[in-house]
Design a protein around this ligand. Structure first.
Ligand code: NDP
Length: 338
């Protein structure tokens, strides 16, 4: 899958094209090239920011590096090694790392952060969701950035999504009062009935988000796990307690819209609120702690792993566009090899 041109408006299917080329499966020993048959690829909202005409350069972050028209699109995935010039990987190894929105990839171990995975008895899709980047993001945002404490009040936006559903459940398991917002009544019911959120609401049905949050947090919010930015961030800031914390994970409401609502700055000052943006990739030092916690909760059935899987490389554009329409429930994944 490639983009035809840079995408500056809301994405549509005709922005994407499917291309094919011959695959050479043999590699020279010692050349570091690894041929991977991609089994599952991750569909992530941040990619849209890399598809814009003026996407930032590597100066800000490798996550902002531009995706060029007609070029393969790198993305996280899980696959099987078909051939390897790198002695650390051999044919048949299961790997996770940066591959492409493609059926096969030729990658380099270091550049593409390729690592062998032990499935630990869990489905491979879990290694893109709860045991992968989404899980690490939720864990790092809550415990490393916001330093959430037992008994605190926590608000999570995009709460039925991949990161949000995990952040909310982890906060609940940590002994917090947790409220989530999501974009449909079906998602709200799921949060309350299946994921154990104390409360949840459909933000699309609310007239005034500041009053909605006041209803659920009469004494204020300690921690806001922000996935959406914009008006929701403004409403959360209005409801944060003095010395409240915002783990600024993502601002999806701004990815496809030029309309930006900045939080009222004075509130941040008067309430001495700490807003901290973060990237999961900065927290690889706690990766083993996170895996230990997530796999234990997953294995004992204390946490639900929500996944939304479609099949076939041709479903990637609609799967991606669907993220910005709220079509997905949980981690959006495309299965490539049947
Ligand atoms: P999700 O699974 O949450 O999918 C996106 C969801 O966002 C949609 O289902 C939709 O749910 C919601 N959404 C879409 N548009 C809007 C909008 N305009 N306003 C409010 N909600 C909207 O994706 P992820 O879990 O992968 O990502 C969630 C956030 O976390 C994103 O902002 C992403 O960029 C960020 N992220 C950050 C990382 C980091 O390292 N900092 C790593 C991974 C993700 P609904 O129906 O509720 O509207």
């Amino acid at each position: 899958v490639a983009i035809r041109n840079y995408i500056d408006e809301f994405p549509v299917e005709s922005d994407f094209e499917l291309k094919s080329e011959a695959l050479i499966v043999s590699v020279k020993p010692g050349c570091d090239d690894i041929v991977v048959k991609n089994l599952y690829v991750s569909i992530d909202p941040y990619q849209i920011n890399r598809m814009k005409t003026h996407s930032s350069s590597q100066k800000t972050s490798s996550f902002a590096t531009s995706i060029k028209p007609a070029q393969p699109i790198d993305a996280y995935g899980v696959g099987e090694v078909l051939a390897s010039g790198n002695a650390d990987f051999k044919k048949g190894d299961l790997v996770a790392g940066l591959v492409h929105w493609a059926e096969y990839s030729i990658v380099k171990a270091h550049t593409n952060m390729l690592r062998k995975i032990d499935s630990m008895g869990f489905p491979l899709t879990n290694h893109l969701g709860i045991l992968g980047l989404s899980g690490l993001t939720a864990y790092a945002g809550l415990f490393e950035v916001a330093k959430v404490k037992e008994g605190e009040t926590v608000f999570v936006s995009a709460a039925s999504g991949s990161v949000g559903s995990l952040a909310g459940q982890l906060a609940k398991l940590h002994g917090c009062y947790v409220v989530g917002s999501a974009g449909s009544d079906e998602k709200v019911a799921l949060l309350k009935e299946k994921l154990g959120f104390d409360e949840a609401f459909n933000y699309k049905q609310e007239k005034d988000l500041t009053s909605s949050l006041e209803r659920y947090f009469p004494d204020g919010i300690d921690v806001y796990f922000d996935n959406v930015g914009g008006e929701m961030l403004e409403a959360a800031v209005a409801n944060l307690k003095p010395f409240g914390r915002v783990a600024l994970c993502g601002v999806i409401s701004e990815y496809t819209s030029s309309k930006k609502a900045a939080p009222k700055m004075l509130d941040l000052v008067y309430k001495r609120i700490k807003v901290e943006g973060f990237l999961a990739g900065d927290f690889l030092n706690v990766y083993s702690d996170f895996i230990a916690m997530a796999s234990q909760y997953l294995g004992s059935g204390k946490i639900e792993s929500l996944e939304d899987v479609t099949i076939g490389v041709d479903t990637i554009p609609s799967a991606f566009i669907g993220l910005f329409k709220g079509d997905n429930i949980g981690k959006k994944i495309v299965k490539l090899a049947v």
